[in-house]
Structures are given as structure tokens and as C-alpha cells.
Design a binder for this molecule. Sequence first.
Ligand SMILES: *Cc1c(COP(=O)(O)O)cnc(C)c1O
Length: 531
Amino acid sequence: MTTPHLSPKAQAVIKQITQFRELDAPTHGGRVLSYVYDSGLAELDELAAQAARAVQSVNGLDPTTFPSVAMMERDVLGFVRDALNGDNNVVGNVTSGGTESCLLAVKTARDLWRATHQDTPAHQPNNTDPATPSGASARTTPPTVTMPRLVAPATVHAAFHKAAAYFDLVLDLVDVDPTTGAVNPADVIDRLADDVALVVLSAPNYPYAQLDPIADVATATEAANIPLHVDACIGGLALPWWPGLTTPWDFRVPGVTSISADLHKYGYAPKGISVILHRGPHRHRHQYFAVTAWPGYPVVNPTLLGSKSPGPLAAAWAIITYLGTQGFTDLTAATHRATTTLTTALNRIEGLTIQGTPTGPLFALVEDTTVPPNRRVNPHLLVDAARTHGWILQAQPGAHQRTQPDLPQSAHLTITPVTEHHTHDLITALTTAADTVRGTPSPLTDPDLHTRVTALIDTLTEPTTNTTLTTALTALGINPTTGDLPNDLSHILAYAQLLPAPIAEQLLTEILALLVTPTHRKEPDEPPHTH
Ligand SMILES: *Cc1c(COP(=O)(O)O)cnc(C)c1O
């Protein structure tokens, strides 16, 4: 395909975007240890870009009008199904990302649960057939008396908090061991009952990369006829080729009823593509929304979106076709080598330790509480110090648990193939960063902070107004007009951790909403050319 030459005017527009991009964290080279997944193969990025461009004008909404969309979707699903050891009975869809796959896993399970657990008035014949896709019929269902439960370890991805909130399920979190981040299968099994619409386990979980005890729990969920979703959003395209991993966690485990796996993570595709697979078409059909009762075209949507870009699908298809199983095996081996080198070296840094036993290309650093306090390294201070050396780790707040002690603060690292060439630099940077903050107590212990948190709570528990929000943001060092953040993010996170969740959530929402306050645009000097 040839790239048409752009006029100087159009080039100037693109140049502005290039300038905006200078503000961003680097997406290549392994400096950012979350969000981005760099294969280290420049050609793969160009291939993905050209593939997406080749379908740019297509609408992924309707594969009957645009059969290329269905062709590529079938292929991508087939590849992921094989990787996850699914048989011909496993079917699903591509979605716009991990969150959408997780939302759909929950929505499907909820509708299946409603179909089998809810008394339905006889005059709604649609609802008596459990195989009826829950489209318009779901809306005519009388208000649910019981809200079904979603059971998951406390380390489950936030997308499931969102799913429970969107689809009216009670999120029943199971505490994990605070020293390892691992969940005890018996604690999950204890929660099983008739009102459980879905159990979710992760392969592995995002915060600490623990591979949940999938086979143990699956035996119990299968016996109780409760669906079990495996969230392999991050591991789904890495664990199948992870050297030395023998524990079955995918469709090899009979009780696993659905799996989510992100192609825009270890599938190296541009953002906007993930997969949800179900065991059995019956289950899958409950994922759909279909409605004919309106004057427009019949709407039959497998996913949350209507019109959608086929770009990420085409890019993922191109990458899978180009790499093949061998390509994924090689890239995963590189990631594995980098991860092993890093975990071994970082575990040796005094005052830090790896949380639990991670499986896969990610892990978290926590304070080593076996050394005296003046030798410990607070992970959030480490994140701030590493940033000054040009390495961007992800600070994870601790979390409160119901019965077990709280989960500690940690620093998350997601490792991608490109990191293999930079492990030495990264280890040096983190060793130096740890030296500069070792012995400095956690921002959480600052008595000043506690005074200010109390003041903030007082300010914000009254009905909030613009003034109280402005006061609160200013107190946090945040620009109350632009939402611009201060450099020491560890302090903001400490506030977020100490404030009651609803207040912290409100403040963070405010910051993010301020970032997108519409700007007053200046029109270009020249009016656009019209014919
Ligand atoms: C990334 C991730 C998600 C959510 O995926 P998005 O693509 O960010 O929407 C869900 N679960 C796990 C374990 C993840 O790592």
C-alpha cells in the first residue's frame, strides 16, 4: 500500500500531534513498566499500523456487510482458543479490551443466573427459555429480588468491581494472605451458594502476578454448577508459552466456563482488542444483546459497543499471522529471561522483596519487613526515585481487607520482550533509587499527613461544592483548574489510601475530569478548502 503524500497544511496538523506526543511517557524501549507492551520488533508495529489502516473505513458493527471483519475475528478466536487449550465447543468474540471482556463475562453469567434462578411471570414467554439471548427481554424482567453474588479474591482486577456495579451484582471479595498475596482455595469455596452467579480467578492477577488456585476451586464450582471465569487478560497470551509452567489453568480445567485474554497486552496489538471465550455456545449466546423492537435496523450486538473500529482486530490478526506460535514462543522466552534476571537481582536489594511467588511476566516489589525499619525501602518512594532516573514503575496502594491484615503498598513492574536488552540498566537504576530512599519511612506514617487527611474529610463530608473541592485539591498540591499533579505522587497515593474510599474516589474523579475540561479552540488562520 502506498501512503498518499500529505499537503503542507495536512502535514502541519500531524506535526501538532507529534508535538503533543512529546509530553507522553515513552511507549517503546521498556522505560515504562506498565500500560505498554513492546515486542522490541519495529516491523511488528509497522505491520500493525498498515493492517489497521487497510480497514480504516470499515464498520466492525456489521460482519454481514463487511465479511472481512468476521473472517479475521474467526481466525483470531481460533488462535487464542488453541493457545488456551479450548476444544471446538469453545466460542466467543473479540472485544475492545480487557475491561469489556470482563464486563461481558459478568453480564453473561448474570443473565444465565437470572434465567435459572428467577421466577418469571408466565406472560413473558421469552424469559422462560433459558437459551433466549438476553436482549430486550432482560429489560422487561421484573425487578430482581435477590442480587446475585460475584465471588473473587481481593486481588481481582478492578474491572470486576466495575462489572458488579454496572450489572447489579454484589461483589463478594475473599481476603488474601497479605504476605504472599495468594488466596486460599478453601476460602473461595466457603463462599459458594445458590446466589453466586460467577466466581472469578486470575491467571495471573494484576497486582502481584499470583496464579490463583484455579483447578482446586473449579472442582467445587463445577460440582455446585456455578460458572468460573478465568481472567487471563494479562497472562492469556504469555502463560501458554511460559517456560516451565505445568499447572493447568485454562480450558484444560473442566470447571472453567469462560476466559478473557487481551491481545493488546502480550498479543502486542495496538490498544482496543481482547478476547472473551465461553465453554459452550449456550453460555455464549447470553452474552448477546438483540433487539428488533424499534423502527431501525435489527441490532444484534455481541459486545457493548455498536459501531466499532475493526483496526485493532486487523492489527491483531496481522500480528498473529506474522508471528505464529513460534513467534509467540520466542517473544515469551525473551520476556521470561528478562523477568527471571530482574526478580533475582531485585530480590537482593536490601529492604525490598518480591511479593509472593509470581507466575508470568509481571511482579510487585514490597518492603522487606524482615530487616530493621531503617534498612527498609518504601515501594512508593522507590517509584518516585526511579522516575528521576527515567524508569516509570507503577505505584500500587495497599488495600484494606475484611478479616486478614491489610495488603501492603507495592511497586508493580510489567516486563515485555524489549526489557531483555535493558535489564542491567534497570537493575542499576533501581539499586541506586533504593539507596537514596532506604530508611525513609512511608509517607503513610507522616503525622502531618494524618492531620491534613482529617481536615480533608471534614471539608468533604459536608455537601461538596466547587469551593470545598478547590480547597481539597489545593491541599493535595493539585492545580484546581487544570488537574495538574505534583511530582511526588507517593503523597497523593498516601492520601488516596488514608481517605475513606468514597472521598478518594470523588477526588480522583475530579482530577481526571478536570484534565478534559473543553478548551477554547482557536480556528486555523485559513478556512478549510471547500469545493
Ligand atoms: C489489564 C487487565 C484487565 C483490564 O484490561 P484493560 O485492557 O485495561 O481494560 C483485567 N484483568 C487483568 C488481570 C488485567 O491485567
